[in-house]
Write a protein that binds this ligand. Structure first.
Ligand code: URA
Length: 212
């Protein structure tokens, strides 16, 4: 087993996020309210990188995207494409298993208004670096949204100007392929910036790439 470098339950690296966590622990004492660990086997070839836990979703459940609106489309798609097995019931104990796929977030703690600031992105990046470095079979990274894309490109020490975010675009990260998708957020799906078909097209590409 590769030891995972993950933030402590009471991580105090980001004062604003620590303060927000304390507030939420007061308001919702029976919820998870801590940095949300990655989910899925470390041996996976595919890593999905989201932005940050949603307040009443991943921050409550303790599992990325679980209970968040964005999780409905994400987990349905993972089940359809064989990257998950079981039933997604929006609870961390629903027994859902990821197959050859792992999910993490660019920022592990819930940010106020769902918006991490640049400093928090930078402070949390070492955990993403470690996540990527310790996934020995990693072939493909799916970034959900521009902010996640930028975090991944920086993780590889590459220039953002050389890798423009675009839905469905593929970028070479020195042997590992980064694929972009619009984030499967409620806003993006409601406004049709991202449709189910567009999201599934990205997974078709991922499957083709991973088979090739
Ligand atoms: N929930 C997460 O865990 N990550 C996101 O990016 C959005 C919702």
């Amino acid at each position: 087993m590769i030891p995972e470098k993950a933030p402590e339950k009471d991580c105090n690296l980001c004062p604003r996020l620590e303060g927000f966590r304390a507030e939420n622990r007061g308001k919702f004492p029976d919820k998870f309210n801590a940095p949300v660990p990655s989910f899925g086997p470390k041996t996976a070839e595919l890593l999905i990188v989201g932005l940050a836990p949603g307040l009443k979703g991943a921050n409550f459940s303790g599992r990325p995207f679980t209970g968040d609106y964005a999780g409905d489309l994400l987990y349905a798609t993972l089940l359809k494409f064989g990257f998950a097995q079981g039933n997604y019931e929006a609870r961390a104990d629903d027994g859902l298993e990821l197959k050859n796929c792992r999910i993490t977030n660019a920022v592990r703690c819930v940010p106020p208004e769902n918006k991490p600031i640049t400093e928090e992105m930078n402070t949390c990046r070492p955990f993403l670096v470690d996540e990527i470095e310790t996934m020995e079979n990693l072939k493909t990274i799916l970034s959900l949204g521009l902010i996640s894309h930028n975090a991944v490109v920086k993780t590889f020490g590459q220039k953002i100007s050389a890798h423009k975010f675009a839905h469905g675009a593929m970028h070479d990260m020195g042997g590992i392929t980064l694929i972009d998708s619009y984030h499967c957020s409620r806003y993006n799906t409601n406004t049709k910036r991202l449709t189910t078909e567009m999201f599934e097209d990205v997974f078709e590409k991922i499957n083709e790439h991973m088979r090739g």
